[in-house]
Ligand binder design. Structure first.
Ligand code: ATP
Ligand code: LTN
Length: 329
């Protein structure tokens, strides 16, 4: 089984990214043949500072490794270092319709009200389909918000297969993360924890020190009934903290409710802060070690070479079907 997923290069990773993405990806390395990509080409749909972008690529790569990815077994690389992504994206663009791309909720959200939007935002899902299809991917672990993009990748694979009587693409499946899937903002548990929120106490960043973690958790929004009980609707703040506690500790929510029955929010938050610090400290130490090592670029280049070997074969098959080029690939 082959697994593929990607994360956009950006700074300030938070515990939502860790629990909803990295931790899930790393778990899969023991079950499948994993290919993980820092999707830098996706992140230039809006202009990015070039120097910053390059640093962010390395940041994300270092987080994958810090979270436990073994890059000898799994492949880790930067998207733009493997040309086949862009090449296949063009072929798939020619197999897509403006209608289906206009219906993408992400495109509609970003283009709201504007007469004209950057074309990269429009074709973003086609490049994502190319990322997936160019590795004969079976399974794509992603957040629920990516469901529509995965469906497009499947539709394109099936469409091309039908046109050529089958055998061009593997039709991938999404695996939608459930555990820790939606970590909510600490100051407003009705919206998801996000790196772009203005209030820095709305999130716990993976690089936060002990003081910041304690402060963010002690300020976290709860309610006034004083009971540690899971009820997403009536007690969204406490439920979010219970969810975080549960995934960090491996204990079930029911177990935690029992453990904290009759105790105040103070003790609960304090214990959660201890647990968070205990969990994040080794991650942070590993991150700092790898991020500033000479090895990191070499790991990504080695990953790109191994990724390229797989992608070139799939691209050769596609070019052959479409009758493109005269060079023997
Ligand atoms: P922004 O809010 O600025 O758009 P983000 O913090 O949501 O960014 P993304 O770059 O969109 O981060 O997401 C990277 C990965 O982390 C994705 O796989 C996404 O599903 C996951 N992720 C992001 N935020 C959360 C969250 N609050 N809970 C669980 N998973 C999350
Ligand atoms: N759109 C995704 C990032 C992404 C991706 C991919 C995920 C780009 N290409 C291929 C899985 C497979 C996001 O914003 N999380």
């Amino acid at each position: 089984m082959r697994v593929f997923s990607g994360v956009q290069p950006s700074g300030d990773m938070h515990i939502g990214n860790y629990l909803g993405a990295f931790k899930q990806f790393v778990k899969l390395q023991y079950e499948a043949d994993c290919v993980y990509c820092v999707v830098d080409m996706h992140s230039i749909t809006l202009p990015k500072d070039p120097a910053e972008l390059r640093q962010y690529i390395l940041d994300i790569a270092a987080w994958y490794i810090a979270c436990g990815l073994d890059t000898k077994g799994s492949i880790l690389f930067a998207q733009s270092d493997v040309g086949a992504h862009a090449e296949l994206a063009w072929v798939l663009t020619c197999s897509s319709y403006t209608g289906e791309l206009s219906r993408m909720t992400q495109f509609k959200a970003k283009g709201k009200g504007a007469e004209s939007v950057p074309a990269g935002i429009f074709t973003y899902p086609v490049l994502m389909a190319a990322d997936i299809l160019v590795y004969d991917t079976d399974v794509v672990p992603v957040g629920e918000d990516q469901r529509q993009h995965i469906e497009l990748a499947r539709d394109l694979a099936i469409r091309v297969n039908n046109r050529f009587g089958g055998g061009v693409f593997v039709v991938p499946e999404g695996r939608y993360v459930t555990e820790g899937a939606r970590i909510m903002a600490l100051d407003d548990p009705t919206v998801k924890m996000s790196k772009s929120a203005e209030n820095e106490y709305s999130r716990i960043s993976l690089l936060d020190d002990e003081g910041k973690i304690r402060k963010a958790l002690s300020r976290a929004t709860t309610d006034s009934d004083g009971e540690i009980r899971y009820d997403e609707e009536k007690k969204p703040g406490v439920s979010n903290l219970l969810n975080i506690y549960s995934v960090f500790s491996g204990k079930s929510i029911e177990e935690l409710e029992k453990q904290y029955a009759g105790q105040g929010y103070g003790t609960f938050k304090n214990d959660l802060a201890d647990l968070t610090i205990e969990t994040l400290t080794p991650l942070r130490e590993k991150y700092l070690e790898i991020r500033h090592s000479d090895e990191l670029v070499g790991i990504l280049l080695d990953g790109a070479e191994r990724a390229n070997a797989i992608a070139e074969k799939v691209l050769a098959r596609v070019y052959d079907k479409f009758g493109l080029g005269v060079r023997k690939r």
